[in-house]
Design a protein. Structure first.
Length: 146
């Protein structure tokens, strides 16, 4: 059937974009490379109910990068979207998952520079800086201290 004469013609199918050669230091991963992640079991609590696949780096094209590099983890609904300790609502849980994912990426695929080139951030840098930071600089600065 020809759709050209309709008021709102259907658009053609979009072609799937292939990744640029040299963008990824690895082949496409079919499964998660996160240690301890099992399909059908929540990574945080071990539940077998309402399991969803969580892309650790999401938004702004990072979901595709996360999927390609195997940086996904299985979470129950409570720890994925709904609960107070969910990866999408709690910054601490999200940041810990990102740190675990970066360690797994560096162990399996490449260097920290490769990770930063693909995802545009480094989740392990602040951890290193906090350990080596002097104790007196950790306290908050008050107006009276200036």
């Amino acid at each position: 059937m020809n759709y050209d004469n309709l008021k709102f013609p259907k658009q053609g199918k979009k072609k799937r974009k292939k990744p640029k050669p040299g963008k990824y230091p690895c082949e496409r991963q079919k499964e998660s490379i996160i240690p301890g992640d099992k399909k059908g079991r929540c990574y945080i609590c071990g539940s077998h109910v309402n399991i969803q696949n969580h892309h650790i780096f999401f938004g702004n094209g990072n979901r595709k990068n996360s999927d390609y590099c195997g940086l996904t983890v299985h979470l129950c609904l409570e720890h994925h979207k709904e609960g107070k300790m969910s990866a999408h609502k709690n910054r601490e849980v999200n940041y810990r998952l990102r740190q675990i994912a970066q360690r797994a990426f560096e162990r399996e695929h490449g260097s920290r520079e490769d990770f930063m080139r693909i995802f545009g951030e480094n989740c392990l840098e602040e951890e290193y800086e906090k350990k080596n930071e002097p104790i007196q600089d950790r306290r908050p600065k008050w107006k009276t201290d200036l």
